[in-house]
Design a binder for this molecule. Structure first.
Ligand SMILES: O=C(O)CCC(=O)C(=O)O
Ligand SMILES: [Fe+2]
Length: 273
């Protein structure tokens, strides 16, 4: 993906190959409330909450079963046609080269204050583009690289264990995720980096976009000058604490290998593949 081929208000926050794009206000406040309502009351036998050690999630679009194949299910109506998250993401052109030209699989993650996700890679089931929409709370998204030497690095567990490689604890990129924003991760940032969210109840900012991390180290938030949400912009500029609230995120990806829907289920989403 090249700069300029996605939404005009995009922000490229890393180099061309190691790309991450931040898009504020991807949805309106009304759409956010609608999605939060739908997400929390949405109940269907196939799409129930799955509880993990440190968060809950729901899968939409189907489940990835053996051999990295997605057994497709219809997307719920609140992802398409209204507010049409799928169509809007397609409009960013981020999925232009992906097998189906749009995300076909969406994970809804729920994080309570103090919950996060350890540094991990998303792995080879997906085309290497992921778009993550934040709802309900801010978070800080860190990207990490693997380190070649043992010096100054730490061993970090991963949802996709990566052969015991060590991870450099200093993030290569840190992005503030406003509610209603989308972060798109692609290129090297997808294929050879990790990403994670610290398990904290508060984020402490020192002014001019500096964040004091868990280990006491300071990192720069790359997009601090682009943040405009009320009550957040000033904290990033002048310092202060932002309490995490319950955050829902929609992690949207294109599973390369997708099988027909299970019997009796129609699909509204189109497929080029
Ligand atoms: O919830 C997020 O913002 C990130 C989720 C994530 O990285 C994942 O589901 O793989
Ligand atoms: Fe991830």
């Amino acid at each position: 993906m090249q700069s300029g081929r996605i939404l005009s208000n995009d922000l490229l926050i890393s180099g061309a190959l190691t790309a991450a794009y931040y898009i504020p206000d991807f949805i309106t406040a009304d759409e956010e409330s609608y999605l939060l309502r739908k997400a929390s009351i949405h109940e269907s036998p196939k799409q129930k909450w799955k509880t993990l050690a440190n968060r809950r999630l729901q899968l939409w679009g189907g489940e990835i079963l053996r051999k990295n194949i997605l057994f497709r299910e219809e997307m719920p109506r609140f992802l398409t046609p209204y507010p049409d998250i799928v169509g809007r993401l397609k409009g960013t052109k981020a999925f232009e080269s992906s097998p189906h030209g749009e995300p076909n699989h969406i994970i809804l993650n729920e994080y309570l204050a103090g919950q996060g996700i350890m540094p991990h890679e998303d792995g080879p089931s997906y085309y290497p583009v992921v778009a993550t929409l934040s709802l309900g709370s801010h978070a800080v998204f860190h990207y990490y690289s693997y380190s070649k030497s043992e010096d100054g690095s730490m061993q970090v567990g991963s949802p996709r264990p990566s052969s015991g490689r060590t991870i450099n604890p200093a993030p290569v990129l840190s992005v503030f995720l406003e509610p209603r924003s989308v972060i798109i991760t692609t290129g090297d940032m997808y294929t050879s980096h990790l990403h994670g969210i610290d398990e904290v109840t508060d984020d402490n900012f020192m002014g001019n976009g500096r964040l004091r991390c868990q280990a006491g180290k300071e990192v720069m938030v790359s997009n601090w000058q682009a943040v405009r949400a009320e009550g957040m912009r000033d904290v990033l500029h002048f310092g202060g604490t932002l309490a995490r609230k319950t955050r829902f995120s929609l992690t949207c990806r294109d599973v390369e290998k997708a099988a027909a829907p299970l019997k009796g289920q129609a699909l509204r989403t189109s497929s080029r593949g």
